[in-house]
Design a protein around this ligand. Sequence first.
Ligand SMILES: Nc1ncnc2c1ncn2[C@@H]1O[C@H](COP(=O)(O)OP(=O)(O)OP(=O)(O)O)[C@@H](O)[C@H]1O
Ligand SMILES: [Mg+2]
Length: 402
Amino acid sequence: MTLDIIESELQKPSIFKDESKLSIDYVPPKLPHREQEIRKLISIFRAVLENPMSISRKVVITGDIGTGKTAISKFFGEKILEYAKKRGLPLKYIHLNCRKHRSTFVLLNTLIRALSPKFPERGYSHDELLSILRGILAEKNVHVILTLDEIEYLIQFNRQDAQELIYSLTRLYEEEMNAPQRISLILISRSDAFLSAFDESVLSTLQPSKIHLEKYTEEQLFDILKDRRDMAFYERVVPDDILQMIAEIAAPRGDARYAIELLLKAGKYAEQEGKTKVIPEHVRKAKSETHPAVRKEVLRDLSKHEKLLLLALARKLRKSEQVYLTMGELEELYRILCEELGEKARTHTQIWEYVQNLEKFGIISKRLSGRGMRGKTTLISLPEVPAEILERELMRELGISE
Ligand SMILES: Nc1ncnc2c1ncn2[C@@H]1O[C@H](COP(=O)(O)OP(=O)(O)OP(=O)(O)O)[C@@H](O)[C@H]1O
Ligand SMILES: [Mg+2]
C-alpha cells in the first residue's frame, strides 16, 4: 500500500526543474531592472574598494515591500566578496536582519560571531561587545560592510538602544587619529521615516547616501518572472501568457515577492493535479490563497510559541464571527492548543510579550476595551490578514497536519 502510494506519486509528471529557485531566500544571479541601483551602490563604495581602510561609507536603501532591497544588497555583497577575493582585498560583507535579531545585544553578538565563530555566548555589556568588535576587526585587519536589514524593527523594539548602536558603529574609531576605517553601514527600511527617530548627533555622524527603489511595473515584473520560470520549471510548463496574468495581478503593488509566490503556488496546484502545464485556473486559485500582507519569512522567524499563540488567535477568529478576542480568551485558547500538542505553555508575562511582538510585526492589533465592557481589558484582532490563510501558513510552519 505505502509503496503503491510512493510509486503512483512518483509517476506523476514533475513540472519543476528546480523549485528552490522560487524560494524566499534565493538570490538570483541576475536582477533585471535593478542594474542602475546596483551600480549606484558600487559607486558609493568605490573608495572603500580602492582602499578598504581609508574610509567608511553609510547608505540608506528604501523602497516598498518586495522592491528588491534585500536582493540588491545581498547581490552587492556577493559581488564584493568575489571582487575582494580576486584582488586579495581585506573586505567582508555581513547581512543581518533586525526583525530576526530583535535587540542590539543579539545583533552585536551575531555580528561578532560572524567574524569570529568561536566567540563564547556570555553576557557581555554593550560597551564590552563594542570593544571586542573593535579588537576582532583590528586583529583580522578587515573592513566590514554591514547591512542592517529591516532596521525599523530595531527601532520599534528599543529606540534608545538602536540609536546607541548606530552611533557607536559610526564612531568606532573616533578617538584615534588617522585610525583605519573598518566598518561601513547599509541600512535598509521600507521608508526613511526611521531616520527621524535618531537624534541630531546620530544623524550628523551618519549622513547617509540614499538609494530609493521604485515599485516594479507590470512589464518589469514580467521580466523578473520570466527569469525565474526558466530556472524553476521545465520548458513549456508555464506559458508566457500565464506570466503576463501574474504580472498583472501583482502590478498594483509592484511587489516581486508576491509575483514569485503566485508563480510557485500556481505551479504547486498544477503539480498536485498531475498536470503538465500551469493554466489560468491555477493562478486564480493561487491568488485566492495568497495574501501579500502575510510574509512567509516574517512567520518563519517567529518563535515557536509566538506561532502557537497566533495560531490560537487565527483559528478562533476564523471559526467565530467575533471581531476580536480578549487577552484572557486568547490566553485560554493558547493553553488548550499547547495541551493538544503536548507543549508546555508559557507564562502570562511571556504571553503578553508575544502579543506585543506580534503587534510590532504588524500582524495583530490590540487596543484597550472601551465602553460596554466591565473593567479594562486588551482586545486583540487581525485587521489585515484573512484568518484562514494565516492559519494554514502557521500549520505548515509548525508542521501540524490539517
Ligand atoms: N530585480 C529583481 N530580479 C529578480 N528577482 C527579484 C528582483 N527584485 C526582487 N526580486 C525577488 O523578489 C523577492 C522580494 O525581493 P526582496 O526580498 O529583495 O524585497 P524587499 O524590498 O527586501 O522587501 P521587504 O520590504 O518585504 O523586505 C525576492 O525573492 C527577490 O529575489
Ligand atoms: Mg527585505
